[in-house]
Design a protein around this ligand. Structure first.
Ligand code: FE2
Length: 367
């Protein structure tokens, strides 16, 4: 089934960061992406540098301001630290998708942009999301060049030794909002993008007795885009969602899940590349043995790499979460593998995971 907005899938994610070159190194070394394009003063963009990194169907853009005049980037970084500014959707027709969004309540962020050079034309249009993020519609069907006008071949060859991550594509993108804001943003995305709510975790569904959250998941009609939105929920101690909002100084993207076809190999290699993951207690795997799950993977290998498993419907998912990637305890990545008809997000793992996150929160004095 197609979707009304002509969405083909996730396109690029853009991070606003303090030093794009250093983040480009991290994405290459740690996640095994490759820099394929660059834009900056040398390519005619005076106040911003961007590195485009790719791996299979994954596109990540890291951008930094290089002149004080670039208020948009500086303001983001001063408030939020390094984080995701926008996620983008590749669409058949940018104008049609954008018009649908704004006539259904989306707040415009800059109108339709026609970016042209001798290689053709790229269309983009953005709408606002959360406090300071954006969703961008993009189409580059009529563009033969690299990424978009203003980009050229990278001017550096980092030649980094890195193990193959096998990362394929964005699986889902999660936002954190304040108490009582979740329904607003769920309704906003459902109306603007013609999405629907398909999972609703209420009070008591997710959390330990100390920290809790509410979560709803919106998706496109054809289910190719699925995005959870979380808000904090009252418990004895501070919700991890509340900690994010305080440390990020606002609402925004909490994590991006990246899909692999072989999570054991992926995690073994990411650990080799220096990526740090949240730990889970041995008892999680003792319980798994008792649950006697029907899975193809070897339980000892999953335990060795601290990979979590959750069964739902006719399939199951394997997942693991990195520690926060930047200096603030805000944005992190998830790595996920889906087996069979698996559409969930690992609700069965939240208990083990929360306990792990709470240990980290306590170490930061934020619990
Ligand atoms: Fe997730």
């Amino acid at each position: 089934m197609a979707n009304k907005l002509g969405i083909r899938g996730y396109d690029y994610l853009e991070f606003y960061v303090g030093t794009a070159k250093v983040w480009a190194y991290w994405f290459q070394k740690a996640l095994n992406l490759k820099v394929v394009a660059y834009s900056g003063p040398e390519t005619g963009v005076k106040d911003k540098v961007s590195y485009l990194l790719e791996k299979n169907n994954l596109k990540i853009l890291v951008s930094s301001p290089v002149k004080p005049s670039n208020y948009e980037l500086y303001n983001f970084i001063v408030s939020h630290g390094d984080g995701v500014k926008r996620w983008s959707l590749n669409v058949n027709d940018v104008e049609q998708a954008y018009k649908h969004a704004i006539t259904h309540g989306a707040v415009p962020a800059g109108g339709i942009r026609e970016l042209k050079d001798s290689n053709g034309i790229v269309y983009e249009a953005s709408i606002k999301l959360y406090d300071d993020a954006e969703i961008t519609f993009v189409n580059r069907d009529d563009y033969k060049g690299l990424f978009r006008p203003g980009f050229d071949l990278p001017r550096l060859d980092m030649n980094i030794e890195t193990a193959d991550s096998g990362l394929q594509i964005v699986d889902h993108i999660v936002g954190n909002v304040r108490e009582n804001e979740m329904n607003f943003w769920v309704d906003y995305m459902n109306a603007a993008l013609n999405f629907e709510t398909f999972i609703d975790f209420g009070p008591g569904d997710i959390g330990t007795k100390y920290s809790a959250l509410l979560s709803k998941v919106v998706r496109s009609e054809d289910s190719i885009i699925r995005n959870p939105v979380n808000e904090p929920y009252q418990a004895e101690r501070k919700s991890q969602i509340q900690e994010y909002i305080e440390e990020f100084c606002g609402t925004g993207i909490q994590h991006v899940a990246l899909r692999t076809d072989n999570i054991i190999e992926t995690i073994a290699n990411l650990r080799r590349n220096g990526v740090e993951f949240l730990d889970v207690p041995d008892t999680y795997y003792d319980l798994m043995k008792e649950r006697n799950l029907q899975i193809s993977e070897d339980l000892d290998e999953l335990k060795e790499h601290r990979i979590l498993v959750d069964h739902e419907g006719d399939g199951y998912l394997l997942q693991i979460f990195t520690k926060p990637v930047g200096d603030r305890p805000t944005f992190f990545f998830e790595v996920i593998q889906r087996r069979g008809e698996s559409h969930g997000f690992g609700k069965g793992n939240f208990q083990a995971l929360f306990e792990s996150i709470e240990r980290e929160q306590a170490a930061r004095g934020n619990l």
